[in-house]
Design a binder for this molecule. Structure first.
Ligand code: AMP
Length: 206
């Protein structure tokens, strides 16, 4: 099982990725978590990423690609992985495909969690209260959503056009979302049941 979680901030990627990790026993690789850990340990990577993260901007591709490349080479990623928060733009998507081709791992699926802006804003406000993450601050959230829409959302069409996308309604309760993901990942769900709900795929120049 090789899986990418693609979704706006606050959509529940992490929670859902953790369920899948438990069920399939494959590593959950969250680039956000890797950066937060580096930041907490004040490593050079953390120091470099900090200003971008605090503003809700994407960390430069070269840093992200390096850590993902290294992580995917580790032994535990040989038989499967879940990427959470990567790729986040076209350049990263292209670089990932290149890496996977070299590793003979080209078959993967993409779970897209569709969540309305109002729901995201409410959830991020709750998470800020609870965890105090700087980038969940109400004044940073609009920029994170803008960055998502401009840079990450175009990947929906890319993966949908290649028939890799599994569309999940992420506005629902956590348990319902988890069940829908579980059934979409079953081997017999060969034709991704909800992929048709995605609006007409646009051709993406790559
Ligand atoms: P996340 O926890 O996935 O929302 O990530 C938190 C922050 O880490 C993002 O707002 C970015 O600043 C940075 N980040 C995580 N993943 C990536 C990525 N693939 N590309 C660039 N920046 C990233």
């Amino acid at each position: 099982m090789r899986l990418i979680f693609l979704a706006p901030p606050g959509a529940g990627k992490e929670t859902q990725a953790k369920y899948v990790e438990k069920e399939y026993k494959i590593p959950h690789i969250s680039t956000g978590d890797i950066f937060r850990e580096a930041l907490a340990r004040e490593t050079p990577l953390g120091r470099e990423a900090k200003a971008f993260m605090d503003r809700g901007e994407l960390v430069p591709d070269e840093l992200v690609l390096k850590i993902v490349g290294e992580r995917l080479q580790q032994n535990d990623s040989k038989d499967g992985w879940i990427l959470d928060g990567f790729p986040r733009n076209q350049e990263q998507a292209i670089a990932l495909d290149k890496m996977l081709e070299e590793m003979n791992q080209v078959d993967y699926k993409v779970i897209y969690l569709d969540v309305q802006d109002e729901v995201l804003i409410e959830r991020l406000a709750g998470r800020f209260q609870e965890k105090g993450r700087k980038d969940d601050k109400p004044e940073v959230v609009p920029n994170r959503l803008k960055v998502y829409k401009e840079q990450t959302a175009p990947l929906i069409d890319l993966y949908s056009g290649r028939n890799q996308l599994i569309f999940i309604n992420g506005n629902q309760a956590v348990e319902v979302v988890a069940l829908e993901i579980q059934s979409a990942l079953k081997p017999e769900a060969s034709d991704y049941p909800n992929s048709k709900k995605v609006k007409k795929p646009k051709k993406v120049e790559m």
